[in-house]
Design a protein around this ligand. Structure first.
Ligand code: SF4
Length: 451
């Protein structure tokens, strides 16, 4: 019988909501917990500490998190020593931590987005004092380097380059819960990327709420320069970045993307709406025409680039005409993919107080039309892949489909059979196309490139 240390050790379970940013922050929380001697489990009933890393960008993510926290009430009654901790954007909202403790008094620790780096101390404080801990600083501090990370996304490595946001789009809660934009020291970013490459990571994604404004607070570097420096690092890897803001996408940056063999040929450029009137109300700082100029700029230097986007419907006062402007923009640009959302009022944002909230049934009808339109574009683009052989980075294995999966440089997902392929670039011949994904046959594993 093999007796593993894990059978005796304390275990943690992290439940994450929201975006890549949050997934990467959960890797930091996991790193901190592993440093304290905890092992990972996906089963919260088996865990000694359960951490909810929450998101408040949309109402349903918030409701889901609260539902899941509430569901642990009985477990906590039976397992009194189990620690329940709640962090992330939700807790950073004004007055929310107190509300949460009132609603779920069995929570042990509430910590804000600016307190993630102190998580180890909070656990030790809770263990020693047995008191409930609420630590939510309302102001962002200096960037803390050196937080341990237990990465769970091999062969994709996430690297923060900025924190916070200065844009104040009127619907968005991020600037209020993540603070002002701060750029990380470029040397720290380079060091982290070099380390990932040396560990065999094959895709590096530079992360920030608006990576295009990287360096503005440092004064001596911009995002195009950083991108050139990372893509010049020696190693066989693909370089991605997200997310971008159309107002800050410069020609020099587009050139930096285009001139690199390592930078993915996909750019995520959130448009949000196709109507100038709505874009103004959203405080997006660009018009429809200016957005289309950015699309033309990207296509001038990279005619085959795949542009993906975020689109919101039902923003306050959105009329049928505004919505039709969004539809016509989608038809014109032909995005390689779109995250589509119904506007959800976030308390504390200017849009939540605007008159003219759009009725739910109208928003629902609009989103269905929009999804339908984008699905049709996705299908046509996917069909064009049939018969082609593409280079795919194998990222994982889908247990349900019993196939490996990975994406090409345009971000298109492909499934294929094989063995031991995770972390390898492979050539796949496409046989069938679904909506946004492809089915293919593995032809070969690529040789490591000597870049
Ligand atoms: S750019 Fe706008 S939508 Fe994006 S995080 Fe900043 S405020 Fe929110």
């Amino acid at each position: 019988m093999i007796i593993s240390m894990e059978n005796f050790a304390k275990k943690y379970c992290i439940i994450t909501y929201g975006c890549q940013m949050n997934l990467h922050e959960s890797e930091k929380l996991a790193g901190i917990l592993q440093t304290l001697g905890y092992f990972n489990t996906d089963d919260e009933t088996d865990a000694d500490i359960v951490v909810f890393n929450t998101c408040c960008i949309r109402e349903n993510a918030e409701k889901k998190a609260e539902g899941n926290i509430g569901a642990l009430k009985k477990l906590k009654r039976d397992k009194k020593d189990m620690i329940i901790a709640v962090g992330g954007c939700m807790t950073q909202q004004k007055g929310y931590a107190e509300k949460l403790m009132k609603k779920f008094p069995f929570i042990d620790i509430v910590f804000g987005t600016h307190n993630l780096e102190n998580f180890a101390e909070l656990i030790l404080e809770r263990t020693e004092s047995k008191k409930h801990i609420v630590k939510v600083d309302d102001k962002e501090g200096k960037i803390v380097e050196g937080t341990p990370k237990a990465r769970s996304s091999f062969p994709n490595g996430w690297v923060n380059i900025t924190y916070g946001c200065d844009n104040f789009c009127t619907y968005c809660i991020v600037p209020y819960v993540r603070g002002r934009e701060r750029s990380r020291d470029p040397e720290e970013i380079i060091k982290e990327c070099e380390n990932l490459i040396s560990l065999g990571y094959k895709e590096i994604t530079l992360l920030g709420q608006n990576v295009n404004s990287y360096g503005r607070d440092l004064g001596n570097i911009d995002f195009a320069t950083l991108l050139r420096r990372v893509s010049a690092l020696k190693g066989d890897f693909r370089l991605c970045f997200m997310t971008n803001h159309p107002k800050d996408l410069t020609e020099d940056l587009v050139k930096a993307i285009a001139e690199s063999d390592k930078t993915a040929r996909t750019v995520h450029l959130p448009v949000q709406a196709g109507s100038d009137r709505i874009l103004k109300l959203m405080n997006r700082h660009y018009t429809r025409e200016e957005y289309l100029e950015k699309i033309a700029l990207l296509r001038k230097y990279m005619p085959d680039v795949s542009i993906t986007t975020d689109i919101m419907v039902g923003f306050p006062t959105e009329t049928e005409e505004d919505f039709n402007d969004t539809m016509s923009l989608v038809k014109e640009v032909r995005f390689g993919g779109a995250f589509t959302f119904v506007y959800s009022p976030r308390s504390g944002t200017p849009a939540a107080k605007m008159a003219g909230q759009v009725p739910e049934d109208v928003s629902k009808e609009r989103i269905i039309k929009l999804i339908d339109l984008q699905n049709g574009i996705n299908r046509e683009q996917s069909r064009a892949y049939i018969g082609k052989t593409i280079s795919v980075l194998c990222e994982g294995y889908d247990d349900r489909k019993k196939k490996y999966l990975g994406r090409d440089t345009y971000g298109r997902m492909a499934y294929f059979a094989g063995k031991g392929l995770i972390g390898k670039f492979v050539n796949v011949n496409i046989k069938k196309a679904g909506g946004i994904s492809l089915m293919g046959e593995l032809l070969s594993v690529e040789e490591e490139k000597d870049f």
